[in-house]
Design a protein around this ligand. Sequence first.
Ligand code: DCP
Length: 252
Amino acid sequence: PCPSAQLHIDTKQMDAVSRVKRVSIEGNIAVGKSTFARLLQSSSQDWEVVQEPVSKWQNVEGSSSQTGSNLLQMMYQDPQRWSYTFQTFSCMSRMRTQLQPPPTRLLAAEGTPVQVFERSVYSDRYIFALNMFELGCISPTEWAVYQDWHSFLVEQFAHRVHLEGIIYLRAPPKTCMERLGRRGREEESGVELDYLEKLHIQHEKWLVDKSTELHFEHLKKVPVLTLDASVEFETDKKVREDLITQVRTFFS
Ligand code: DCP
């Protein structure tokens, strides 16, 4: 095509991409983010879930024929040694995921297309990495290095990792502990209630009390929808529909 036609196509594509809203689902380990994301996706053609790349963390440098290191397990077994490495790797893989363009199917959506992420580069830093630093599993030097590259990357890609909204699935740590036990992910078998309580406090500080010191102006303005996730939304149809209606109303 002639350059002006190419430019026309690119502008149209860019318009379509900018129509897509980006929303992340946040909440404690095992609260039910993946389940809720799936429910949202199946409730409308305009919603598309981008899954969290957990399997990559369980198989670093591996391929389909060769097994790599399980960094998630290494981090839980020796947090002092592996937390920084884990937080670097998980955030980099998330950054890649968040930078991927929305699928064509979503660009052609009739209504308001929404891309739903399970967690974000923001919870990586303000929930997990911060918590590990406060627990002494990430040293002050590692924390300074982490914050340096994290701020740099988020600022460089600000317009592409920006979120239009956050859904906070809120449940008591005890409920998450029960769900974690039921799910039985092997690497998490040593996780204790105390750890989930600490992560709960980090979520509350960031998303409810707004007392976490955030380093990005755009993040301070992102609207947060807090949902009561202590209810059994997977099995109870009425509860599920009510939560989905709340989300749709919030983002309409
Ligand atoms: N994790 C971590 N640091 C991060 C991100 C995740 O230590 N920056 C760990 C915590 C969990 C695992 O990775 O052991 C996956 O955590 P999530 O809470 O993100 O995902 P779940 O699968 O537990 O969520 P849900 O059950 O709510 O779908």
